[in-house]
Ligand binder design. Structure first.
Ligand code: HAM
Length: 448
């Protein structure tokens, strides 16, 4: 036994220690995030903040007001709003009974909630048209893959109270201008008109005649779609060969729908928004009429649709209020960030820490607290040492988190009433009188 302990090598001791720590970590990570969800942190957050800041700024430019609705709603709202025959309602909703026995659903999208809130809070009284936007998590039980999550985030806009396609054009141009401003180039805006209900009924008859010839050769999902959601046949990812020769909805539009679609194109031309007309854009939710559009990023593959929307003039009355024309769209934030990365768009990794304050000793701690407080009052971002680590460990941490300056307060600094600060980009170290420190740092940060 004694021999064993004598022989134990340094390496083995390290191995045992590391292994013990590692075991602790694996025990902890027994809890995993739910499939199809994501933790968003570190560099990833820079992308999110960048996108959200730009998008919020755009909402100001176009005079939209923010709305925040609950992430859960009565299940019936989505059945009614999105449509019984849709994939979302049939297969993808997170629905459960709460402890009071009410059926509740985690929202799979934002439009039905916005409509509910519009009616419930009588937002029409705030003046018409009303322009709302939202940003938040949505939940769909889909098969997770790159760009397809079970909890994902949408940035959406809805306009209530105008039937003029100027509103449709405004929304499409918001998406285009926002995407261009964040640096995206490789996307295509596809627009279509799916007409009014009666026009669609005629179209669906024609589609049934056409697809009826091929149904026996088509996939099982298509056989179900043929009966319940015929227009979705155009969207099948397996039997793609039939869609190209299928009848086009554009040939079934009445005069008014045709005129609206022509006007939409005219306004987009005036606004300098590039688009292609694609009669295959029919959208997956039941509430749409007339304008339907999707924006597809060419580097994302199967999950390339980064935004989609259209007009839904029947939804407000379907949910229970006076008929109110409405139009909107939503951007999938995860997909936009994937597109930014695919196009090599870098976002600034500017450090959020302007000054890292390190100290040693009780007196210095007092000074460090005071200085940090004063810096923060001037709007400067400060990381004050809040662990009891030594100087060199603190300096290493300051380096690691990319602080711009490190303020050093040791015993000498306290005695001499000075502060030493280091400019982290060039390593230059300067001693200044305590009274001047705040001014000098403020000036230096302004120049950076
Ligand atoms: P949607 O096309 O179902 O429309 O979703 C909008 C966007 O959300 C999609 O284009 C996509 O970028 C993103 N998205 C959808 N599902 C997922 C998922 N599982 N994972 C990641 N991203 C996803 C709507 O939701 C409508 N409410 C849009 C709208 C607003 N129409 C009128 N107003």
């Amino acid at each position: 036994m004694a021999l064993f302990f004598c022989d134990i090598s340094d390496f083995m001791v390290k191995y045992i220690i590391v292994n013990t720590i590692y075991k602790g970590v694996t025990d902890l990570s027994a809890y995993k995030k739910i499939k199809g969800t994501q933790d968003i942190f570190g560099k990833e957050i820079d992308y999110w903040k960048y996108f959200e800041e730009k998008a919020n700024d755009f909402m100001g430019r176009y005079a939209f007001n923010e709305i925040r609705t609950p992430i859960m709603e009565q299940t019936e709202l989505f059945h009614r709003g999105i449509g019984e025959g849709t994939d979302v309602v049939q297969k993808e909703m997170y629905t459960f009974d709460d402890k009071g026995g009410r059926s509740v659903t985690l929202r799979p999208e934002g439009t039905a909630s916005a409509v509910r809130a519009y009616i419930e809070n009588s937002l029409m009284n705030m003046g018409s048209p009303i322009k709302l936007y939202y940003n938040g998590p949505m939940f769909r039980y889909e098969k997770p893959q790159s760009g397809r999550l079970r909890q994902f985030h949408q940035f959406g806009c809805e306009i209530f109270g105008t039937a003029d396609v100027l509103a449709d054009a405004e929304l499409i141009s918001i998406a285009h201008n926002l995407f261009s401003e964040i640096g995206l180039r490789k996307y295509t805006i596809k627009i279509n008109s799916i007409g009014k209900k009666e026009e669609r009924e005629n179209y669906i008859k024609a589609l049934k005649d056409y697809y009826g010839n091929y149904l026996s050769e088509m996939c099982d999902d298509c056989k179900v779609r043929y009966e319940n959601n015929t227009m979705r046949l155009l969207d099948c990812k397996i039997d793609t060969q039939y869609a190209k020769n299928a009848p086009s909805i554009l040939d079934f539009l009445g005069e008014e729908s045709k005129k609206d679609f022509e006007n939409l194109k005219k306004y987009l031309d005036i606004l300098g928004v590039p688009y292609v007309v694609d009669p295959g854009i029919i959208r997956g939710l039941d509430y749409y009429n007339n304008t339907a559009f999707e924006i597809e990023h060419e580097l994302l593959g199967a999950q390339g649709v980064i935004a989609g929307g259209g007009r839904y003039d029947g939804l407000v009355s379907e949910i229970g209020a006076n008929p109110t024309p409405a139009v909107g769209f939503a951007i999938g934030i995860e997909r936009v960030i994937l597109s930014m990365k695919a196009e090599g768009i870098e976002v600034s990794d500017e450090s959020p820490v302007d000054v890292y304050v390190i100290f040693s000793g009780e007196e210095a701690k007092k000074e460090a607290l005071e200085i940090s407080n004063e810096l923060r009052k001037r709007g400067i971002n400060v990381f004050m040492n809040i662990s009891s680590r030594n100087f060199s460990a603190q300096m290493k941490h300051s380096n690691k988190i990319n602080s711009k300056f490190t303020a050093i307060i040791g015993e000498d600094e306290v005695k001499e009433k000075i502060i030493t600060f280091k400019e982290m980009s060039n390593g230059e170290q300067t001693k200044v009188e305590k009274n001047w420190f705040l001014e000098i740092i403020e000036e230096k940060l302004k120049k950076q």
